[in-house]
Design a binder for this molecule. Sequence first.
Ligand SMILES: *Cc1c(COP(=O)(O)O)cnc(C)c1O
Length: 371
Amino acid sequence: MNLNNLPDARKALENIKPYVPGKPIEEVERELGIKNAIKMASNENPLGPSPKAVEAVQKAITKLNLYPDGASHYLRQAIGARYQLDVGQVIVGNGSDEIIKLLAETFLNPDDEAVMAKPSFSEYDFAVTLMGGKCIFVDCVDFRHDLDGMLQAITPKTKMVFICNPNNPTGTIVTKKEIEKFMAKVPKQVVVVFDEAYYEYVDHPDYISGLEYVRAGYENVIVLRTFSKIYGLAGLRVGYGIAAPELISLINKAREPFNVNLLGQIGAQAALADTEFVEISREKNAAGKNTLYKYFSEMGFKYWPTQTNFIWVRINTDCRPVFQRLLREGVIIRTGDIFGYPDFIRVTVGTEEQNERFIQALGKVLKELTV
Ligand SMILES: *Cc1c(COP(=O)(O)O)cnc(C)c1O
C-alpha cells in the first residue's frame, strides 16, 4: 500500500524491521534535561579512540577536498601485513556492517537462504531480508550458537551461514572443536561468515578464528573484523573482511567506488599500529568485567561469562522500566526485549567510574521498582 504519489517500493522492504540503535547520549540529555549521561549500550570503547588515530586524523583533515583512495590500498596493505596475508585477501568497508550488506548483495537472489543464530547480531537479518533472501534462524542453546542445528538447517537454497564469534548480544563463543566439526561438514558452495567484531577481547583457550580456514585455503570462508570496538573508532566507520582473493574480488563488484572515507582509512591505519592502546583496553576491560560479575553475583543475577566488552545478564524483572529509570539516572544500556528476552539486559563494560555509576544506579532503580 502506498499513500504517497510514489511508485511502489520493493517487496522486500515490507519485511524490514527498523534497526533499534543504542540511544545517543545527546538525545537522552536533551529529552530528560540531564547532563553527564553515560552510554553503556553500544559496546564502544569507553577509553575513547586510539590516541594515535586521533593524531593521524587531525593531520589528514586538510586533505578533505580530495576523494579517498577507492581501493583503500595502504590500509589493506597494513591489515595484510599484520596477519601475513596478501593485500588481495582483504576488503575494507564502511564498518563491517557494509561488508555484511555486500555479502548479501553479492550472493542473494530472492528466496535464497541464509542461516543465522538467534539471538544474534541484527545486521544479518537486515542485509538478507533487504535482498529478498530468507533468514533461517537457529535458536542458541544456553545462548551459544548451536552449530549442529545450523548445519541441519542448510538446504540447497542456502548461500551463507553467519557465525558471530563471540556472539552479540550474549558474549559467548563457539569452540575450536565445534567449528572443526562444522567446517568438516558444511558444503563448499555455502559461504561461512565468521563475524569476529570482538576478536581482540577474546581470552579463551578453546577459541579459534575463522582466519585459520582462510589461511588453509578455504574459498568459502570470510572473516569480518572492525575498528569500531577495541580500536575505539566506531564514529569513523571502518571494518574489514579477510577471505580468498576469489571471494574478495566477487564482493568487490558490489562495492561502491569510494566506500571508506579518507579520515577512516588514515585513522584505522594508525589505530592498527597502536598496539599499546589495544593492550590497555583489553586489560581495563578484563578488570571491569570482574567488577560487574561480582556485583551481578551479589544480586543473584545470572550472567553469561563474556569474551567481549559487554555482558548479557538476567535481571529477573522486566527490563523496560529498568531501562527507562536508568536513563533518568543518566545511564544508557540495552534492553533484552529487542532480542526476545524481556528480563535481560546487555551492558557494555565501562571505565571503572562508569561501572561504579551503573552499579549504584541499577541498585537504586531496582529498589524503587520493588517498593
Ligand atoms: C559492532 C559489531 C559489528 C561492527 O560494526 P561496524 O559496522 O564495523 O561498526 C559487527 N558485528 C557485530 C557482531 C558487532 O557487534
